[in-house]
Design a protein around this ligand. Structure first.
Ligand code: ADP
Ligand code: MG
Length: 323
């Protein structure tokens, strides 16, 4: 119901970037290879996410906005074996309770594209529109009915930077997907979607920086890691350039940051940090993403094994450059 959805929205939908995150993750779960995010006024006025994924069948369209409507968990045991990004089934319901939403979708099996419009959790219009497989979700007037939350938003510039950062991080996690982000009609980020991580790094930072990074790769019984790290001479003054991607999820980890920094050891000057984009693959049962609804923090089993693997891999990689 509406109230429960608004309460859930308090946890999941904090700002435009939270909406962008939920919609883009849904698009990825739907196996899209192309995702376009269009923001007007940093998304406060409008967030539009268009994908070419498998779509939602017409009769499920109203259902998608019901709390705990998820097509992604079939049994309770699945909670411990999560491969998709979404699984709580509350994002669309939450978003629908604090904005005016329009969703259009069409699957391979449909012969037309359906749309539905929701305002404050209520369906206000449904119909047909021009055929095209995939889904478009348009979120208008975010927080129009929760003025307190609207008031807490920061400047356009700050809100936009949150969405940009999210899109860049997810593009790094999914080099096979082509991402595009526009603001007020102007392109501000794009990735190629050709599977090349180094090219995504070039889009996020500069091509020259991407070229200077060194590949890192290693595996142990439970983990496999790969990505790029910087030479000890190519450093930054903040940890912002350290990215961890665990099973396709971009996460923050103070613990892993420290392991990485320690692995560089004395090669790193005081107050300087390496650049690193490291993907970690592991059995989903060894990672608990259920710590927080936004799933940005994770808890790992076998942290020691992973720390050891990262340390060894960094040493080996740096030895090659600087024997
Ligand atoms: P969750 O992602 O946790 O399952 P959501 O509230 O985000 O829950 O979405 C509800 C459901 O709507 C999803 O499980 C999925 O079936 C469907 N859905 C949402 N967005 C898309 C999309 N872009 N493409 C296909 N299906 C979608
Ligand atoms: Mg979702």
């Amino acid at each position: 119901d509406f109230l429960a959805n608004q309460i859930a929205a308090g946890e999941v939908v904090e700002r435009p970037a939270s909406v962008v995150k939920e919609l883009v993750e849904n698009a990825i779960d739907a196996e899209s290879t192309q995702i376009i995010v269009e923001l007007i006024e940093a998304g406060i006025q409008q967030i539009k996410v268009t994908d070419n994924g498998k779509g939602i069948i017409a009769e499920d369209l109203p259902m998608a906005f019901m709390a705990h409507a998820t097509s992604k968990i079939y049994e309770s045991t699945d909670l411990f074996n999560i491969n998709s990004l979404g699984f709580r089934g509350e994002a669309l319901a939450s978003i629908g309770s604090v904005s005016k939403v329009r969703v259009e979708s069409m699957t391979e099996d449909d012969d037309s594209r359906h749309f539905i419009e929701i305002e404050g959790s209520k369906i206000i219009e449904e119909g047909l529109t021009q055929a095209k497989i995939g889904t478009t979700v348009e979120v208008n007037s975010l927080f129009y009915n929760t003025p307190a939350r609207l008031k807490h938003l920061k400047t356009i510039k700050t809100e936009l930077s949150h969405s940009l950062k999210f899109i860049q991080n997810i593009a790094l996690a999914y080099p096979d997907i082509r991402f595009k982000l526009t603001h007020n009609g102007q392109e501000i980020f794009a990735s190629h979607g050709n599977g090349n991580l180094q090219q995504v790094i070039a889009s996020v930072y500069q091509p020259a920086l991407a070229r200077d990074l060194i590949p890192i790769q290693s595996e142990s019984d439970d983990f496999s890691i790969n990505g790029f790290i910087s030479k000890p001479t190519l450093t930054r003054t903040s940890k912002q350039y350290i990215h961890w991607i665990i099973n396709g999820r971009s996460v923050k980890s103070y613990m892993l940051d420290e392991v990485l920094i320690k692995a560089y050891g004395r090669q790193l000057m005081i107050g300087r940090y390496p650049i690193a984009i490291i993907r970690i693959q592991l059995d989903p049962r060894l990672v608990d993403v259920n710590v927080h609804p936004t799933k940005q923090t994770v808890r790992l089993s076998k942290e020691d094994e992973l720390s050891e693997l990262i340390t060894q891999a960094v040493h080996q990689t740096l030895d090659v450059v600087n024997p």
